[in-house]
Design a protein around this ligand. Structure first.
Ligand code: AP5
Length: 192
């Protein structure tokens, strides 16, 4: 199964993807994790990406598509994956389609995690304490959220139009949210 997780910053994409790995046996591919790790190691890609990440802006699409293509080509992604953080705009959605078409493996599930904005603000404040990321100060968080509504929202409409997207309520206990996601995946795959 090739799953894309969408949701605002702090909606719980990373948390849910980590739990889904155990239940579905698929690799979790997080662009945020890949980018932060590249920046920490000081690779060319990481250094190019760092200034965009630190401002809460999107890293340029060409850097992202090279990174995703390299990651999706690895053996562990051959039977499916949980993609967290990509695509984040329409150009990336198109690149992903082209890439997966070449691999003969289209996306078959898109889960949009919906969380009330007040709850999101509380979570992001907690995340800042837990992880101390370079992009977690209030101004950058506001920017990440603005970028999400301006650039990622059209991706939601695009996948909805193609009948691939299901909204899942992301409020409540982490385990409850996980069960909601798994039941959507189960239902869609049983009825397919
Ligand atoms: P990325 O790392 O993807 O950040 P994000 O989308 O802003 O997401 P977060 O990691 O902040 O939140 P999340 O939804 O994963 O929630 P989490 O599970 O952590 O991207 C960072 C940057 O990289 C971008 O700004 C951009 O610059 C760049 N980038 C990445 N992808 C890109 C792309 N495709 N193109 C261009 N640039 C790209 O949870 C948040 C907190 O809430 C945690 O503390 C968690 O414990 C808590 N929590 C989770 N679920 C619950 C729950 N149910 N109840 C209570 N607390 C909860």
């Amino acid at each position: 199964m090739r799953i894309v997780l969408l949701g605002a910053p702090g909606s719980g994409k990373g948390t849910q993807a980590s739990l889904m790995v155990e239940r579905l046996g698929l690799p979790h591919i997080s662009t945020g994790v890949l980018l932060r790790s590249a920046a920490k190691r000081g690779t060319e890609l990481g250094l190019k990406a760092k200034s965009s990440i630190d401002r809460g802006e999107l890293v340029p699409d060409d850097i992202m598509s090279d990174m995703i293509e390299e990651r999706l080509s690895r053996n562990d992604a051959a039977d499916g994956f949980i993609l967290d953080g990509y695509p984040r705009n329409l150009a990336q959605a198109k690149s992903l389609d082209t890439m997966l078409e070449r691999f003969g493996q289209p996306v078959n599930e898109v889960i949009q995690i919906d969380v009330d904005p007040e709850q999101i603000s509380r979570r992001l404040a907690r995340l800042a304490k837990e992880q101390g990321r370079a992009d977690d100060n209030a101004e950058v968080v506001r920017n990440r959220t603005r970028v999400y509504y301006e650039q990622t929202a059209p991706v939601i409409d695009c996948y909805t139009g193609r009948g691939l997207l299901t909204h899942v309520l992301g409020d409540g206990e982490v385990g409850e949210v996980l069960e909601r996601i798994l039941s959507v995946l189960n239902m869609n795959h049983t009825s397919a």
